[in-house]
Design a protein around this ligand. Structure first.
Ligand code: GLP
Length: 259
């Protein structure tokens, strides 16, 4: 089962995950990180930023999880722009080493295959950061996504479009399609780190961690992975039946084990 760590607040989650990334990068300076967008991973990127200078990230390679289709990459809310603004620039990554799926019309037919090939060529993802949508999606794998799915074009649900409308002038501006790493792609990363904060994520987290495996709850795919860490605050953990066990386990964890 996934290791569940219940932390006091998002900043503590950011510190915990950044420390794990630091450990990885010190061991392997050209580590491959799976990068997520959305508000959830921001505390991780902020905690990493505080390490810049002491920690050299210039050789780290990165693959974003997903991108909107049909949005100009220069649009401030394209995931290409978000990754550049929130990850590449502040952390001093080399932009040539960070890929985002290409949602442009010219290449969309083969963009999924191209992305899969690039991940394979990099030797796979070492640590994949994940958030979760209120409907249980990871990446942009909406309910119904196959656990074997690869990087491909998906149609966004209305729930996801309305959740993401806050980043756009109006809901009409939110794209209807996206290109996302598949659940099968995500499951090949060597370590999954799923973060969630706030009460609005409690249901999706309980279903992903403790519910039955179901394509209707794409986040439940994490149960198929031998090394998943779920980092949540108290509010996002509030519907977990085994919360006390997770607290006990983490409190008594041997020091040598890491995340
Ligand atoms: C978005 C992204 C996901 C993200 C999720 C939650 O639509 N495609 O990668 O994890 O929805 O977003 P947030 O972290 O802002 O709640």
């Amino acid at each position: 089962m996934a290791e569940v760590v219940i932390v006091e607040n998002p900043a503590a989650a950011g510190e915990l995950v950044a420390a794990e990334i630091e450990r990885l990068v010190r061991e392997r300076p050209d580590a491959v990180l799976g990068l997520a967008t959305g508000s959830t991973p921001l505390p991780v990127y902020e905690a990493l930023r505080r390490r810049v200078g002491a920690l050299e990230l210039g050789r780290v390679r990165g693959f974003a999880l997903d991108e909107y289709v049909g949005l100009d990459p220069a649009h401030p809310e394209s995931y290409r722009s978000v990754i550049t603004r929130e990850v590449v620039e502040p952390l001093g990554l080399d932009p040539r080493l960070v890929r985002v799926p290409d949602g442009g019309a010219a290449t969309i037919r083969h963009a999924g295959d191209d992305y899969e090939a690039a991940i394979a060529e990099a030797g796979g993802v070492d640590l994949q950061i994940l958030g979760i949508g209120t409907d249980g999606h990871i990446g942009f794998n909406e309910p119904g996504s196959s656990f074997a799915s690869r990087t491909r074009v998906k149609t966004l649900t209305e729930q996801t479009r309305s959740d993401n409308a806050r980043f756009f002038a109006s809901i009409d501006d939110v794209p209807r399609h996206c290109i996302t790493q598949g659940l099968g792609t995500i499951l090949e990363a060597r370590h999954l780190v799923l973060l969630a904060f706030g009460e609005q994520k409690a249901q999706a987290i309980a279903a992903a961690v403790e519910g039955p495996l179901s394509a209707m709850l794409p986040g439940s795919a994490i149960q198929l992975h031998p090394h998943t860490t779920v980092v949540v605050d108290e509010a996002a953990a509030s519907l977990l039946a085994q919360a006390d066990y997770y607290r006990y386990t983490f409190a008594h964890k041997p020091d040598w084990q890491g995340l």
